[in-house]
Unconditional design. Structure first.
Length: 244
């Protein structure tokens, strides 16, 4: 068995996954509060003797989400909100499911309800946040989530957090959902809402481009290994057939 051939092919597959992850990070670099995807490499035993010491090992790649916070930047827009702490904004998607986001670049829909850029409803006290178009009062949101339009109290945005956010599944642009009922949110007590601010993505485009170059070079190096092994096998077969 040409072990090096299989190992080079597996390494190419792993670095290709890495390139896909970097592409995802670059495409999300303009989404406030987005979290970068990272790749971890490990070796797995393979082959018929995979449970035996000294068996064949092949490289694999796994994707994990980095939930380190991004920097907060003042936007001057009263419809922009950033979270200072581990919490998430709860939103209701078009399918009626509850999802969670760090992207606080909100807007108003045709019904004067606060939504995300994708049209998902931002929830407060389990219901959409409804503004009064006849009320000229300014929208204000306190650090603990209390919402008011002028002197009229509209409710409270309750932020939520997860014990292990790495278990969340990305379901859209900046949206995350629990994979099942065992991953349950809890009310966040250590998160403040900052009106007029946005959280920057925690992925640096410059760093991602540098990683992309590294991933491409690793891919090309393993591609050359496969080509060399293929050429060597071809010469061996030619020699064997010519001597037969």
């Amino acid at each position: 068995m040409e072990v090096s051939l299989y190992q080079a092919a597996a390494a190419m597959d792993a670095t290709a996954q890495w390139q896909d992850i970097i592409a995802e990070n670059l495409s999300a670099s303009s989404v406030p509060g987005s979290r970068k995807q990272e790749v971890t490499f490990s070796d797995v035993q393979a082959g018929a003797d995979s449970n035996q010491p000294g068996g064949i090992t092949l490289p694999t790649a796994q994707k994990v989400t980095n939930f380190q916070p991004g920097e907060l930047h003042a936007s001057g827009n009263s419809m922009d909100f950033a979270l200072e702490g581990p919490g998430f904004f709860p939103v209701k998607t078009s399918t009626g499911q509850t999802a969670y986001t760090r992207d606080g670049e909100f807007q108003l829909n045709a019904k004067s309800q606060i939504t995300t850029k994708q049209g998902d409803l931002v929830m407060a006290n389990g219901a959409p946040i409804q503004l009064d178009i006849n009320n000229p009062g300014t929208l204000t949101v306190s650090a603990n989530g209390n919402i008011a339009q002028g002197d009229v109290v509209l409710g409270k945005i309750q932020t939520f957090e997860f014990k292990n956010p790495q278990q969340l599944v990305m379901t859209g642009s900046g949206l995350y959902s629990p994979p099942d009922s065992t991953v349950a949110p809890t009310v966040s007590t250590n998160t403040k809402i900052r009106q007029g601010f946005l959280e920057a993505p925690n992925a640096s485009p410059t760093t991602q481009m540098a990683s992309l170059i590294t991933a491409m070079r690793l891919f090309e190096a393993n591609q050359k290994v496969m080509q060399l092994q293929g050429d060597r096998m071809s010469r061996t077969i030619t020699d064997l057939t010519s001597n037969a």
